[in-house]
Design a protein around this ligand. Structure first.
Ligand SMILES: *Cc1c(COP(=O)(O)O)cnc(C)c1O
Length: 429
């Protein structure tokens, strides 16, 4: 595979940006070679600057659930842009996107649009603190919630721990307000609330943890979380930046039928443009400025072009059967590969939910906690290279999940599964 144009662009970009990129995982640090610079996407395909074509399973890390360059999303963007790109004043399009979301989501009454998932989560944490008058938050090891200070925190030692910062530049004082627990661990959760229950503003979780492997939680654990939060007056915060509009229109809350108190969205909600959002019941959202005392704002929040893209995308998702068909096609792909791996006796499995899949080089058990993930990523590294050479693009990290879009047809997925199987046989040989 020719990569010389991408390589030259990367040499240049290293002189402009730290590590040559504007978001760390893009730098290909945990796989072979240097990043491919992408020139174009259409449907389920992308092309790099060397004109190599790939079947894309990264889909911009989730937002592109309709694939690249979807005709309706494209047209809505062009139409909105014709009227101007930003006003810093309310527009009809914000109402339209809000109406589309709220009338199809029983868990939230009001919403606030932001420009990224990080911003949505950070703001919603402030709302939870403002609403409860409490400072501490609980997060789970292995969940990612964007890069706000309070959430760049990892577990210390012991069952219930105050977090250690997971990034330089995060004040220890911030980390001290974040308690970090293992996922799917009822005992640790109970103990934490027995000790700190009356100080906890909210418990934040990815109800489908998909940023560090795909750590599917037992429903009973999520139910216990709901029960304990209610008992202690803490808010249950579902960070649905990945799972929202992905596993069902109203996300994991709808799939599991568990009502969170506060929710964040991102990725899919903006149709490929930068949008995040948080929402809750009326009483909680009444805290947000200018209605209430919790300050939160944004120059480009509710940007009309981004709203238009979100409207176009979400209109497709509410069509009957959309999610069933996504899941059917995902299984077409993953079942074929898994059957082959099993027949060959490989320690390998594609773990899946909805139209998300994760490549696990371990088929021994359900992995529900981050420490259960096999830390040896050489298998993934080899598979990633072999797949690139065969024209299949995966996100460049074994901890990240893959996504299937509506543009991934049966035919294309069948072909991709065959390429995947060939790559797997090659690296297992
Ligand atoms: C991607 C993600 C975020 C951060 O969103 P950005 O738009 O990258 O800031 C937060 N939470 C979850 C669960 C995510 O997957």
């Amino acid at each position: 595979m020719k990569r010389s144009v991408s390589e030259a662009l990367f040499e240049k970009s290293k002189t402009y940006f730290p590590g040559g990129v504007n978001s760390p995982v893009r730098a290909f640090k945990s796989v072979d070679g240097s990043p491919l610079f992408i020139k174009k996407g259409d449907g389920a395909m992308i092309w790099d600057e060397d004109d190599n074509a790939f079947i894309d399973f990264c889909c911009s890390w989730g937002p592109l659930i309709l694939g690249h360059n979807n005709p309706s999303v494209y047209q809505h963007i062009v139409d909105a842009l014709g009227n101007g790109s930003s006003f810093g004043a309310p527009t009809r399009l914000e109402n339209e996107l809000a109406e589309l979301i709220l009338s199809n989501n029983p868990f939230i009454d009001k919403i606030r649009f932001t420009s990224s998932g990080t911003e949505a989560v950070m703001s919603a944490i402030r709302v939870a603190r403002g609403y409860t008058g409490r400072d501490k938050i609980v997060k789970f090891e292995g969940c990612y919630h964007g890069h706000a200070d309070a959430l760049l925190v990892k577990a210390g030692s012991g069952l219930v721990t105050f977090g250690n910062t997971s990034s330089a530049g995060v004040p220890v004082a911030f980390a001290n307000e974040t308690l970090v627990l293992p996922l799917n661990d009822a005992e640790a959760l109970r103990k934490c609330f027995e000790e700190y229950g009356d100080q906890i503003a909210c418990v934040i979780i990815e109800p489908i943890p998909a940023n560090n492997g795909l750590l599917l939680q037992e429903k009973d654990f999520l139910l216990l979380l709901r029960e304990i939060c209610t008992q202690y007056g803490a808010l249950l915060f579902f960070d649905e930046v990945i799972s929202g509009f992905r596993v069902a229109f109203a996300g994991a809350a709808e799939l599991y039928d568990i009502a969170p108190d506060i929710v964040s969205y991102g990725k899919i909600i903006g149709g490929g443009l930068p949008v995040g959002a948080y929402g809750a019941k009326k009483e909680i959202m009444a805290c947000v400025a200018p209605e209430g005392p919790v300050y939160q704002a944004g120059t480009l929040s509710g940007n009309p072009v981004a709203m238009a893209a979100g409207i176009a995308q979400l209109q497709e998702l509410i069509k009957p059967g959309f999610y069933q068909d996504q899941e059917r096609r995902t299984h077409l792909f993953t079942d074929k590969i898994n059957a082959h791996a099993k027949a060959k006796g490989y320690a390998f499995e594609l773990v899946t939910i909805g139209s998300i899949f994760w490549i696990s080089f371990d088929n021994s058990k359900h992995i529900r906690k981050s420490e259960e993930i096999n830390p040896d990523m050489t298998g993934f590294k080899h598979l990633h290279s072999a797949l690139l050479n065969k024209g299949v693009y995966l996100g460049p990290s074994g901890y990240e999940v893959g996504f299937i879009s509506a543009a991934h047809t049966d035919e294309l997925l069948n072909k991709a599964a065959d390429l995947f199987i060939a790559a797997l046989d090659e690296i297992m040989a």
